[in-house]
Design a protein. Structure first.
Lengths: 312, 241
């Protein structure tokens, strides 16, 4: 659906994006991750046709974004980072205008506009001036204009930035609901957001693709081992010796919490290829120790992100 | 075509809902009323007057140098400031459609304001009997003059995200275009003719005399089209930056 081939973008002499290539298939939900200034917004601006790449080829559903720009743009709904709103218009007239600009005809504009107002829960504010709305509602109006023409590709640049936590939850829910119908590309530097919505993650760092995979694969790719924590009541040394004998275990750390000296926490690292949880619990029970907690500590996206963007 | 009208309709509506158009219109009418009074109503300054519109339409051309950029300044500068240019640029709308759509909206505003001055014409008719010919041609000319200045103003608006800067740049460009004939006066021969021909006001005189010269019409339309072209070009250059 979206294909970038050797895309490079210079701002003057400064390379914002250098030689990136990737492909996003129809219906995929992809997260663009990266530190500030990594080139996420630039990449999105090129995909949406706002600015042409300096070199390389970019197509949307086979249409070249530079040479068949109008056809390509028809397929796209876009929410830029700073939500672009005509503050002197009412919510309804803004959504109606944007829908018409995107090619909806006068006949079905009303039902489409009513539909997105319903989806984005803007019914009570239909006739309010946009300048009177809070940031969270403005964000929803921004999403409404991006989806009114039912685009095949939906590009959202930092959709939850700067809104309060309650509204963040609602906005995420809204995006999740949308994801079924569109090819969705979402940029963010909030990692849980990406991991909760997206199937695949593209990590951009310093204008280059640092990694592209599912979150699960990325985590094993980076570390090659999995981690778990177990709280056990019993003699720490003998527990450690027994646990170390389990196949796949690489190393064990242990510590006792000062507040409760009843149990010991063991941090176990093992090969990613074997699941040792069953074996660990069996050993504990056979030795009649007390098991208080057993938790798998798969690498978080934060760890992956930090590892990829800093270690190179 | 549909896109052009969509944008024109939206922009015109915004004009009528914002105070700026009324302030500009009000000031414009106040000043032309002053010109009307001093040129047509007999008084100490001007004891003998003629029953024609030339007296107040001549200085009115100078007003356009300031007022046209004030009308057009928001058209692109505001989009730039609000970030909505990004929406327009990513919608399936051609750059030229955006430019023409916005230009037509400013033309509607300018023509509405000019139509208001027809009130003076009614007054002239009440108290005397002017020639219809020069009156019609002068109004035709002033409209063309206004349309040319709007195009320059629109171009200025596409240069900056700051409305004040756009208005000032527009006025400076128009001043240059208006007084370029003084440069012509200092020269001789062909260069002199070229500079004279380039001047905005040079082509207005005939209209007030009741002469509709094809050359003058072509001149104003060329200025309008040229600057609309520059505006479109500038938008495209900005995309590449």
């Amino acid at each position: 659906m979206i294909e970038l081939k050797n895309i490079t973008k210079y701002y003057g002499n400064f390379p914002a994006v250098t030689d990136i290539s990737f492909k996003i298939n129809r219906g995929e939900i992809v997260g663009l991750l990266g530190p500030n200034g990594a080139g996420k917004s630039t990449t999105m601006k090129m995909i949406t046709g706002f600015m042409p790449p300096t070199s390389g080829e970019l197509t949307i559903d086979g249409y070249d974004i530079v040479h068949e720009s109008i056809e390509a743009r028809k397929k796209i709904g876009y929410l830029p980072e700073t939500v672009p709103l005509y503050t002197d218009m009412t919510v309804y007239s803004y959504i109606e205008y944007m829908g018409k600009l995107r090619g909806l005809n006068n006949k079905n504009i009303k039902s489409k506009a009513d539909n997105v107002i319903e989806i984005c829960k803007l019914g009570d504010y239909k006739n309010s001036l946009i300048s009177k709305l809070s940031k969270g509602f403005r964000q929803r109006v921004g999403i409404a204009q991006a989806i009114i023409h039912e685009p095949e590709v939906l590009i959202l640049d930092e959709p939850t930035i700067g809104i309060d936590p309650n509204q963040v939850v609602e906005t995420r829910q809204l995006i999740r609901n949308l994801s079924g119908e569109h090819t969705l590309v979402l940029s963010s530097h909030i990692l849980p957001e990406v991991s909760s919505i997206c199937e695949r993650v593209l990590i951009i760092n310093e204008g280059e693709i640092a990694a592209s995979d599912t979150i699960k694969n990325l985590s094993s790719l980076v570390s090659g081992k999995s981690k778990m924590e177990v709280d056990i009541i019993g003699s720490p040394q003998s527990i450690k010796t027994k646990l170390e004998k389990i196949e796949g275990v690489r190393s064990i750390d242990l510590w006792v919490k000062k507040s409760s000296n009843e149990y010991t926490t063991f941090s176990i690292e093992s090969d990613i290829s074997v699941d040792i949880r069953a074996e660990v619990s069996k050993t504990i029970i056979e030795n009649k120790w007390g098991l208080l907690r057993l938790e798998s500590m798969g690498m978080s996206l934060e760890d992956i992100f930090l590892k990829i963007t800093t270690s190179e | 075509m549909r896109n052009i009208f969509l944008i024109t309709f939206k922009e015109t509506k915004t004009y009528f809902l914002s105070p700026m158009a009324y302030i500009v219109g009000g000031l414009f009418l106040g000043l032309t009323w002053f010109f009307f009074n001093t040129s047509i109503v007999p008084g100490d300054l001007n004891p003998i007057t003629e029953a024609n519109v030339r007296g107040y339409l001549d200085p009115t051309t100078l007003l356009f140098i300031i007022f046209s950029p004030l009308i057009t300044m928001r058209l692109f500068s505001e989009e730039e400031k609000l970030g909505t240019l990004e929406l327009l640029f990513t919608s399936p709308v051609k750059d030229i459609e955006i430019v023409i759509g916005k230009y037509l909206a400013s033309a509607i505003i300018l023509i509405s304001i000019v139509l208001c001055t027809l009130f003076y014409v009614i007054l002239i008719y009440l108290f005397s009997s002017p020639d219809l010919g020069p009156l019609l041609s002068a109004y035709f000319g002033i409209t063309l003059y206004g349309l040319a200045t709007l195009s320059v103003g629109l171009f200025a608006s596409s240069l900056s995200g700051n409305q004040i800067v756009s208005a000032v740049v527009g006025t400076v460009l128009l001043l240059l275009l208006s007084f370029i004939d003084s440069l012509g006066a200092m020269l001789e021969g062909l260069p002199s003719t070229i500079f004279n021909q380039m001047a905005l006001n040079y082509h207005f005189e005939d209209f007030t005399k009741g002469v509709i010269d094809m050359g003058n019409i072509v001149y104003y339309l060329s200025i309008a089209i040229l600057f609309l072209f520059f505006t479109t070009l500038n938008l495209q250059i900005r995309r590449w930056k």
